[in-house]
Design a binder for this molecule. Structure first.
Ligand code: 3H9
Length: 691
């Protein structure tokens, strides 16, 4: 079946089978073929009406997102949905997989929507920075009521058949979906069709609908101020109270078009494809099968180890948590229990689920307990000899073919691998704190890591609900290596006269939820201080704060002060005094630093390091770097990640600013990397490198 739509008569009804692998995106050729099927059925004496159906996991996954970069190609979906509505014969959607975005909009044009058990219905357009553009904002509220429509579209979530049916979006079919759809066509053809949606206000006219809608809109006021698609969505839905369907569709289109071309939507679409591309390693054939992982051991029950154990238990995998002493193990288990209790208190977890997750985590004080595991992850102190010892011990006890992983953030995983007799089974799985929450998983391959070991890690990431990014073993991998540049510039900015509040405010107004110094205070300044000391590196202000015992929130003071009961840090004259003393020591002339300078200094050297990472092959593609920053470091998704942001800014501008910074700071390492310089000279961008 290679035609996008195959038109077949079955039991007196035409069935249009959609076929546009892998997910039935509603591409131009599929739209044209469906239009032809509609025209054919209208005059086909053998057909009482039409069923639209698809095999596999997707009915229609939505508009073809790749087409958004170009002007729309007719037939456009909005017109096609109107053509379905205007078809002289009944049309029924038989939905057995995902009907998302334009997919649901097509179904909304049908006389009925029958839902199989695997149906998932949603309008996720807002996640791409747009609103539904083919009637979703007008037809949905007529069926569900406007408040429910707003919640559905703003959440971008996909609904189960039960939930969709309870909202009025479709009817659940228990038996044979196609037979039920065919029977429904006959029933509609003989028994009369419901009035066209265009002719009825539906649930928009229910008493209290307006009030409920305005209350739901009020709850979204903050998002509406920040995200243009949410403001447009509220506008479009509000139109449905007063406009006819045709007027509402025209207004929806007017709201849709500028969103489609807005750089924020361009960035969010980049993120969509980059997330998917990041799960692929070019030289790893799709035929390589992951190894089975049914049992996991986590070595070290500190903050990271317990978080990692929780992440596995959350995915239903049994974990053996191993510590050196009963006391340390008990501390780790208490920590897990109290984190679960806090979630239960907040209402984000029910007590039964918390208990079953805890039951999946058993404890031991002997590395021999890792013997049965298919995968062991060490999260012990960041000391190479200690880690090498752990790897050598795991090598002795673990069964052949099991994987051994390190959660190190910086250390040499090749050196850990060679401490074992099976370096092909060793890799890095770098989780981000809190490991059970943060989505990023840096998967680090060494020179020796086997292809199927890598494939196992990628499959495992999916099972854990993480977004994997593959890196080669090299200091700091992708994220932390770039972060070091930002930290260095933040330190220098403080010396030059910027305050911690100003630096954090500049990054917040760029779009980060938290500023970098507030984040440092939250995660603790002492860990990186110890690491700097061990490697002979220095960040003068950060070092001086640590020397003064200011380790961040946990010690009550860092870049900010944290008085008892304060939820956020407050500006602290004592921190300012430390900063001024460091500046004086280095003979810095302190001045007012503008926001633009702060943003450029914090981001451009970071991007430059990203370019080096690409040049050295540490990251496979620029999009991987973007994904790492989005899911591990809070880079705003609507900016698309640092490398996409760089392309949008223009690499020649960035190169020129880096040259100027290198001169101003008398630091040749700030000069543009050869790759950045080359691309800038060609007027090209990082995206030209994508594989
Ligand atoms: C819309 O509909 C706007 C309308 O209102 C307006 C009309 C005017 N387009 O995710 P997967 C590719 S906006 C193009 O790994 P899964 C994807 O890139 C759209 N390509 O599979 C990947 O390719 P590759 C609203 C798409 O099983 C492959 O398919 N719809 C599209 O984990 C497999 O994808 C959405 O936002 C697309 N729409 O998940 C839904 N969708 O193999 C977006 C997928 O080369 N899609 N691809 O990497 C999804 O949420 C998930 O893909 C889905 C399947 C749940 C369907």
């Amino acid at each position: 079946m290679s035609q996008p739509v195959s038109y077949r008569i079955q039991d007196g009804v035409a069935v249009a089978w959609l076929h546009n692998p892998p997910v039935n995106a509603f591409s131009a050729h599929l739209r044209a073929a469906l239009r032809d099927a509609l025209q054919q059925v209208a005059t086909d004496n053998a057909a009482a009406g039409l069923v639209i159906a698809a095999e596999g996991g997707s009915f229609i996954a939505g508009a073809d997102i790749k087409e958004f970069a170009r002007p729309p190609v007719p037939p456009i979906t909005r017109d096609l949905v109107c053509a379905i509505e205007a078809c002289p014969k009944p049309v029924v959607a038989a939905i057995q997989g995902t009907a998302l975005g334009a997919g649901l909009e097509v179904a909304l044009g049908c006389d009925a929507r029958l839902l199989g058990p695997g149906a998932r219905l949603g309008l996720p357009e807002t996640r791409l920075g747009i609103i539904p553009g083919a009637g979703g904002t007008q037809r949905t509220p007529r069926l569900t009521g406007p408040a429910a429509a707003l919640e559905l579209i703003a959440s971008a979530e996909a609904l189960t058949p039960e939930r969709a049916a309870s909202l009025g979006l479709g009817e659940i079919v228990r038996g044979d979906l196609l037979q039920a759809a065919i029977a429904r066509v006959h029933a509609l053809a003989t028994g009369g069709r419901p009035s066209r949606m265009a002719d009825m206000p539906g649930r928009m006219a229910e008493p209290g609908a307006r009030q409920a809608f305005e209350a739901a809109a009020e709850k979204l006021a903050k998002r509406a101020a920040e995200e243009p698609q949410i403001a447009a969505l509220i506008h479009a839905l509000r139109n449905a109270f007063t406009m006819t369907l045709d007027e509402g569709l025209r207004a929806e289109r007017e709201l849709f078009e500028p969103l489609r071309t807005d750089p924020r939507s361009v960035a969010l679409r980049h993120v969509f494809f980059a997330e998917r591309a990041a799960t692929r390693v070019p030289e790893l054939s799709r035929d390589v099968k992951p190894r089975p992982v049914e049992r996991v051991a986590v070595i070290g029950a500190g903050t990271m180890g317990t978080g990692i154990a929780m992440a596995f238990a959350q995915a239903g995998l049994p974990v053996m948590l191993i510590e050196t002493s009963a006391e340390a193990l008990a501390r780790g288990q208490d920590r897990i229990a109290s984190l679960h209790q806090a979630s239960v208190r907040r209402g984000s977890l029910d007590a039964g689920t918390a208990r079953s997750r805890e039951a999946l985590i058993r404890g031991a004080t002997d590395l021999g307990a890792a013997a049965e595991a298919d995968l062991a992850i060490e999260a012990v102190f960041e000391e190479l000899p200690l880690k090498q010892e752990v790897f050598a011990a795991l090598d002795r006890v673990m069964k052949p073919g099991s994987l051994m992983a390190s959660n190190t953030s910086y250390l040499d995983i090749d050196a850990m691998a060679t401490a074992t007799s099976r370096p092909q089974d060793v890799l890095g799985l770098h989780f981000f704190s809190p490991a059970n929450v943060m989505k990023l998983l840096e998967v680090v391959r060494t020179k020796h890591t086997a292809g199927d070991a890598l494939a196992t890690a990628l499959a495992l990431a999916r099972r854990l609900g993480k977004v994997p990014v593959v890196a080669r073993a090299a200091w700091g991998f992708i994220g932390n290596r770039m972060l070091a540049q930002r930290s260095q510039q933040a330190d220098r900015l403080l010396q030059d006269g910027a305050s911690p509040e100003q630096i954090d405010a500049a990054m917040r107004s760029f779009g980060f939820r938290m500023g970098p110094l507030a984040v440092s205070d939250l995660s603790g300044l002492d860990v990186s201080w110890r690491m700097r000391k061990a490697s002979g590196k220095s960040l003068p202000v950060a070092d001086a704060l640590c020397e003064a015992g200011r380790f961040g929130q946990k010690s009550g003071a860092g870049y900010y002060a944290y008085p008892e009961g304060a939820r956020h840090g407050v500006p602290d004259p004592a921190a300012a005094a430390v900063i001024e003393a460091v500046a004086a020591r280095f003979g810095r002339v302190r001045r007012d630093v503008g926001e633009q300078e702060m943003v450029e200094r914090l981001l451009y050297p970071t991007i430059n390091e990203g370019a080096r990472i690409l040049e050295e092959g540490v990251a496979i593609r620029p999009g991987d770097i973007d994904i790492a920053w989005l899911h591990g470091y809070g880079f705003p998704a609507w900016r698309g990640g640092p490398m996409h942001f760089a392309d949008a800014t223009g690499l020649s501008r960035i190169a020129a600013r880096l040259d100027a910074m290198a001169a101003e700071q008398d630091d040749a390492s700030l000069q543009p990397s050869p790759l950045l310089r080359r691309l800038a000279a060609k007027g090209s961008g990082f995206s030209s490198l994508s594989v």
